[in-house]
Ligand binder design. Structure first.
Ligand code: MIC
Ligand code: SF4
Length: 640
């Protein structure tokens, strides 16, 4: 009677309960980190004095901060490589590709659990693995051998029937789900794909869908491990990793979504949320300044060869810039050998290195107010590096078609698509992956000046008193709280410096005001902290003295990152209460150490009066807040 998700969860369960809403913990088989979150994760792991990682496999990727205009990123890379070798972590060098693409190709295993310090870790669900995104500290704990705690999720079956029509892609499947369910629609849920429609989706196409399950707010998404999985693993020389896995025929689900693939058409997410989805034909004809093909969502061999076949023998429109970033060195090599790279270059595409690049605002920012069509997964305001850039999310087919015409173009206007054969076996060359040595004891961990020590924080006192330093609305993303981009990303291993950029696009005076006030409180609306797993969106507020956030609801990863950082995430009882609170007033919570054990917390606002707030933390989370954050708890536990 079990779904595949429940089978994997229960075979890895360590503690807690699988009853919806309660907390459960699972054993983690594999971890991944990327450089932007990894420096913190390894600093935290070092602080826990872990000698060798306890997972079956932990991989450290360098794919985000690959632009080296100063020493900072290079310092980070050198630290990451040496700390990996010291502690038994596999290191994927800069140039080898984007973590999710490479992990799918080289390391993912059906039926295993993967925890990654990146919100798109669920990409691994394409292989039938239970792959979850988390903050760096949770990943550090998993590397230290501790179980991962999560709220027991609902499991939703997505039943696929029919077949995708020509020019309609896997991207359109997930855009359609975002249109139907919105960016909050997946919170607390696992999406499990099944049905006869699976047969037309290869593993990388499945990866596009599981990748963007993150934009639904889902805990993760997964596909069964079937003939397609075997074909993919064989193409990677990894057939030995194959195990067939699927749900029981009579599996019970919390909800079922029916999706007839043949009814879909090309879709586009309009600025500035991934769920602002409409059919491409409704906006066709609008001028496009820039097209970007790449990111962990759409940078596989099939994706890039599709783009090449559309662009073959033609030229990118005069007023449009096209940039292309292959997802991995394997993809880049294969498209080069099969003439796709030459076709792209001849068409005028600007080829970038195999990395995140424009997706995270590192290079290729569009012109002011520019329309950018991207195959990536996020289009939050300002994320492209241009404050008023208008990022739209589309399939590779729509992106390539639009690059040729210079206007938003429905790819169905292109005629017959060419058939693209995917190699039965890719060239396997893992020379850019470095395995730790047998004798790790003599490895020196190299810290350049960009690697700053972790700030240490005392536990919270018994009275929480502070000014409401900032009041924000619904759907605040981690990009609002802690922007990415080429200027800020190099500071990821330097909390004091990065904190100065906290809330930069919303209220640049926030960091200074917070320091002047000696810290305080943030008030948010619904789905507070959606988007990435970056724990800097909690570490920076913690550094600035933020003691609590009070919001209407939270995104899972950010909520846990707040708790890990010792920041109390409380809830308003109603929209009215949220509206009553004013920025600038002072909130006091007395007797906190007792109150925190209850589900209701009495607070007094000096202008709005008394208010009851909701505390939905588990016992473990309450203890974490009392101890001043997870690092303090973990240190104590590991040193026992
Ligand atoms: C992103 O897509 O926003 C990132 C950059 O990959 C983040 C992680 C980070 O901020 O380092 C994510 O998605 O978790
Ligand atoms: Fe990199 Fe973009 Fe994927 Fe994040 S979403 S991992 S920045 S490619």
């Amino acid at each position: 009677m079990s779904s595949l998700a429940v089978k994997i969860l229960s075979s890895h369960m360590v503690d807690g309960s699988m009853k919806k809403g309660e907390m459960m913990s699972i054993k983690i088989d594999q971890t991944l980190t990327q450089d932007a979150t990894g420096t913190m994760a390894y600093l935290q792991m070092e602080a826990m004095e872990v000698d060798k990682v306890k997972t079956d496999l932990s991989v450290s990727y360098v794919d985000h901060n690959t632009l080296q205009v100063g020493f900072e990123n290079a310092d980070d890379h050198r630290y990451l490589q040496s700390v990996a070798m010291r502690h038994g972590v596999v290191f994927s060098r800069a140039g080898n590709g984007i973590c999710h693409q490479v992990h799918l190709e080289r390391f993912g295993v059906p039926g295993k659990t993967l925890l990654g310090s990146d919100s798109h870790t669920p990409t691994g669900g394409a292989l039938g693995m239970l792959a979850i995104g988390a903050g760096g500290l949770d990943v550090a704990l998993a590397m230290a051998g501790m179980a991962f705690w999560l709220p027991a999720p609902e499991v939703v079956k997505v039943h696929l029937t029919g077949e995708l029509s020509p020019w309609v892609a896997a991207k359109d499947v997930i855009l359609e789900l975002l249109r139907r369910l919105s960016c909050k629609g997946g919170v607390g849920r696992i999406f499990e794909y099944s049905g006869p429609g699976l047969a037309c989706l290869s593993v990388p196409e499945r990866g596009t869908i599981t990748n963007m399950g993150a934009e639904l707010g889902a805990t993760t998404s997964l596909f069964p491990s079937d003939e397609e999985t075997l074909r993919f693993l064989r193409s990677q020389g990894r057939e030995a990793d194959y195990v067939p896995l699927c749900a029981d025929d009579d599996a019970v689900y919390d909800d079922v979504i029916e999706l007839d693939l043949s009814s879909l058409e090309p879709m586009i997410a309009l600025p500035h949320m991934p769920d602002q989805v409409v059919p491409v034909r409704e906006v066709a004809g609008f001028p496009v300044d820039q097209v970007f093909i790449g990111s962990c969502t759409n940078s596989s061999y099939l994706d890039l060869m599709k783009a090449a076949s559309i662009l073959d023998g033609k030229t990118v429109a005069e007023g449009t810039s096209l940039c292309v970033a292959p997802g991995s060195r394997q993809v880049m090599t294969a498209i080069a050998e099969n003439h796709g790279l030459a076709q792209l270059i001849r068409s005028g595409a600007r080829i970038l290195e195999c990395a995140c690049g424009p997706c995270v605002g590192v290079g290729q920012a569009p012109c002011s107010g520019g329309v950018s069509l991207r195959t990536s997964n996020r289009n939050f305001l300002g994320r492209s590096g241009t404050a008023d850039g208008k990022v739209h999310l589309v399939s590779v087919e729509t992106a390539a078609a639009s690059a040729l015409t210079g206007v938003i173009t429905d790819p169905r206007t292109l005629g017959e698509p060419r058939k693209i054969a995917v190699p039965e076996r890719f060239e396997i060359d893992d020379r850019m992956v470095i395995w730790p040595p047998e004798d790790r004891s003599s490895v020196e961990v190299l810290r350049g000046p960009n690697i700053k020590p972790l700030p240490v924080f005392p536990p919270m006192g018994d009275v929480l008193k502070g000014e409401v330093l900032l009041k924000v609305g619904d759907n605040i993303t981690t990009d609002h709280i802690m922007p990415a981009g080429a200027k800020v990303l190099p500071l990821r291993s330097n909390i004091p410096a990065i904190s100065k950029h906290c809330y930069a696009t919303v209220d640049p005076s926030f960091p200074e005001r917070a320091v002047a006030a000696g810290g305080g409180v943030i008030v948010g609306g619904r789905n507070y902290g959606q988007g990435s797993s970056r724990e800097h969106a909690a570490l920076a507020p913690q550094y600035l003295g933020i003691k609590a956030v009070i919001a209407l609801s939270y995104a899972r990863i950010h909520r846990q990152n707040l708790i890990n950082s010792g920041i109390l995430p409380l809830l308003f009882q109603s929209q009215e209460d949220y509206e009553r609170v004013k920025q600038g007033e002072v909130v006091t919570i007395d007797n906190l150490m007792n109150q925190i054990d209850g589900e209701r917390i009495s607070a007094t606002f000096d202008l709005s009066g008394d208010m009851t707030l909701i505390n939905d933390l588990s016992k473990r989370q309450r203890d974490t807040i009392k101890a001043g954050g997870t690092l303090n708890v973990a240190r104590a536990a590991l040193m026992d």
